[in-house]
Design a binder for this molecule. Structure first.
Ligand SMILES: Nc1ncnc2c1ncn2[C@@H]1O[C@H](COP(=O)(O)OP(=O)(O)OP(=O)(O)O)[C@@H](O)[C@H]1O
Length: 591
């Protein structure tokens, strides 16, 4: 095995022109190290020319924004982006026109292509698909929808195949949906210029396979490519990065195998562990600068069996790890966590974490029913339009102004001549500059009016919006009758906002564990909905093929000072075991 050099997050490495891999646990300072390393490369290497840049790939846009901020927003020699944005901008957008279908036509409608989007299996889409795939004998529409909305590309020995994320999803009654049929579904979207998030990686791979000379072009544009959170890379992405490395770019990957939590998207901790390029140097950072010492001890217990044991560096935080019992998600359970925070005079940021979106909704007291799916079923154009508006509103509330404006600009979807699409009225032209100006107007409209609209209906909001756009000489189609009228009359703005959970949220206090990846909070409450989670806490398996223990580990390691776990009712034996693990029960110690 390669020799691993132990470094600290303050330590620069001297070899700047070779491939490297850094393995470090939570709170080790990986981001801090990466930013320093980039600065080091900028100052000291000669491979960077006027025409080339460092690519810094982060897992989320929020993480990228943080790195960009630390580098300085004017730092234009570094391109910070997610892997999807990087591959889209450098490979897919400029070269997808090269890919042809069996008839020699372009595989994707390039004129309509505008970023990537969800592939929502509406009733209309399923109908057209069944006509084209001649599989009208499949009757369970719910199952069909679930399968079509869970497709992903898998790298297998015979190439890349399109499959549902779980094999059982392709079983509809006594039939199985075949992969050719799934491709027909994808092509329906591609013909409209809509490519899915996962299609970006697929297309990038296929383009580079068919046109290998392009790799040299990308290598010369990006002589250095650094990837953070590489434990969650998917195999196709890994292959693309290897191609770049073998072509001559210096590849540096950073991550923690114990925090690999995207198995459902094809990531595996083993891929990170075995990722290797010629003469790659391995480093590890063993310190934990984030968490108090008792939390680090507890994290080491969960990580047992792994090579890395963390050393706590903070000597100013010695709060125990706590647990308490609760019946179900609700305000009461959260109140006890806040009591504990005030007992320790912790009034900084906090986060309440749960395993999935349904639990998050319960904890937020939001409706579990998916109101946005119903909206989409009834009127997908208006749903897209309103969803993007509300997403932008939430982004701005999260202090992400530029991301909010970008999101809003997307509601002005046009054809190649700049003519707006539904729900805008026909024959209205909009220029790119005008789109931005309208986006800013809409943001202002929401910033000033959203509080007043909270309890109003979607219909009233839409009417007010229509009035605003009219003043700017743009019209959206009126809602007059039918199911959309009923839906918009009976749905409040508050309900829509509460049920809109963004893929990345910076400031929401209650979120899924996956959305807390890479973040830290003064206090963390981890909410367990069933006893299986407690069993996992007692008998963790960090190296398992399944992600469960690692998801738990990611959650626990977000806490800087206070870590508390809310469990379902426990039997005496379990409580005794938890105490022997140095977990303190809140009721017993609270006054
Ligand atoms: N050299 C350093 N000096 C002072 N503080 C540091 C240093 N390195 C990191 N930190 C602080 O330690 C904390 C953890 O750092 P960071 O978020 O980079 O960890 P990480 O390794 O990316 O963790 P995770 O894997 O959990 O995302 C942050 O609050 C960061 O500001």
């Amino acid at each position: 095995m390669d020799k691993v050099k132990v470094i600290s997050s303050d330590e620069s490495i001297s070899e700047l022109s070779g491939h490297f891999k850094v393995i470090a646990g939570p709170g080790a300072g990986k981001t801090h190290w990466l930013v320093t390393h980039i600065q080091n490369v900028l100052q000291n290497v000669k491979e960077l020319t006027a025409a080339s840049k460092i690519a810094c790939i982060t897992y989320t846009t929020v993480a990228g924004e943080e790195i960009q901020k630390r580098l300085g927003i004017n730092q234009n020699k570094v391109e910070v982006s997610t892997i999807h944005s990087f591959l889209y901008a450098n490979i897919v957008k400029p070269y997808i026109y090269l890919l042809k279908d069996d008839n020699g036509d372009m595989l994707v409608n390039v004129e309509e292509l505008d970023g990537h989007d969800e592939n929502i299996a509406t009733k209309g889409k399923i109908y057209v698909w069944q006509q084209e795939a001649r599989n009208g004998y499949l009757t369970d529409k719910q199952k069909i929808k679930k399968c079509l909305e869970n497709l992903d590309w898998k790298l297998e020995e015979n190439g890349i195949n399109l499959k549902p994320r779980k094999p059982y999803l392709s079983k509809i009654g006594r039939y199985s949906i075949k992969s050719e049929e799934l491709l027909i579904y994808k092509r329906l979207f591609w013909k409209e210029g809509v490519i899915h998030h996962e299609d970006v990686i697929y297309f990038a791979y296929i383009i580079l396979e068919e046109y290998p000379l392009l790799i040299d072009h990308i290598r010369s544009k990006y002589p250095f490519v650094f990837l953070d959170e590489f434990q969650d890379t998917n195999p196709i992405q890994t292959e693309i990065i290897k191609k770049l490395g073998n072509a001559g770019s210096v590849i540096g990957v950073i991550g923690d195998p114990a925090q690999s939590i995207y198995e459902f998207q094809g990531a595996s901790r083993q891929d990170f562990i075995s990722f290797s390029l010629p003469n790659q140097t391995m480093y590890s950072i063993e310190n934990n600068r984030r968490c108090g010492s008792k939390i680090v001890d507890f994290l080491n217990y969960i990580r047992i069996g792994d090579e890395l044991e963390q050393k706590p560096l903070r000597d100013d935080s010695e709060i125990d790890v706590y647990f308490y019992e609760c019946n179900e998600a609700g305000d009461d359970n959260i109140t006890r966590f806040h009591e504990l925070r005030s007992r320790f005079r912790l009034n900084g940021d906090y986060c309440i974490l749960a395993r999935n979106n349904d639990l998050v909704k319960q904890l937020r007291n939001a409706e579990a029913e998916d109101i946005w799916t119903s909206f989409n079923e009834i009127d997908s154009n208006r749903e897209r339009f309103i969803k993007k508006m509300f997403t932008a509103f939430k982004l701005v509330n999260d202090n992400r102004q530029e991301a909010g404006v970008k999101e809003l600009i997307k509601i002005f979807k046009t054809d190649k001549d700049g003519i707006l699409k539904e729900p805008f009225q026909e024959y209205q032209y909009v220029s790119p500059v005008m789109k931005r100006s309208l986006a800013v107007d809409l943001l202002e409209f929401m910033a000033c009016g959203m509080v007043k609209f909270q309890d109003k209906s979607l219909y009233e909001f839409y009417e007010a919006l229509s009035g605003l756009l009219k003043v700017k000489n743009y019209g959206i189609k009126k809602i007059t009758r039918g199911r959309i009228k009923e839906f918009s009359d009976s749905t409040s703005i508050k309900l829509l906002l509460d049920n809109l959970i963004l893929p990345e949220e910076k400031s929401s206090e209650i979120r899924t564990i996956h959305k807390a990846k890479g973040m830290e909070f003064e206090s963390v409450l981890l909410y367990f909905s069933d006893n299986e989670e407690v069993k996992r806490l007692i008998s963790p398996d960090i190296s398992s093929e399944k992600d469960d223990t690692r998801i738990l580990y990611v959650a626990l390691s977000r806490a800087k000072d206070l870590l508390c776990i809310a469990c379902p009712p426990l039997d005496t034996e379990t409580k005794t075991i938890l105490s022997s693990m140095n977990l303190m029960e809140v009721d017993l110690v609270m006054p």
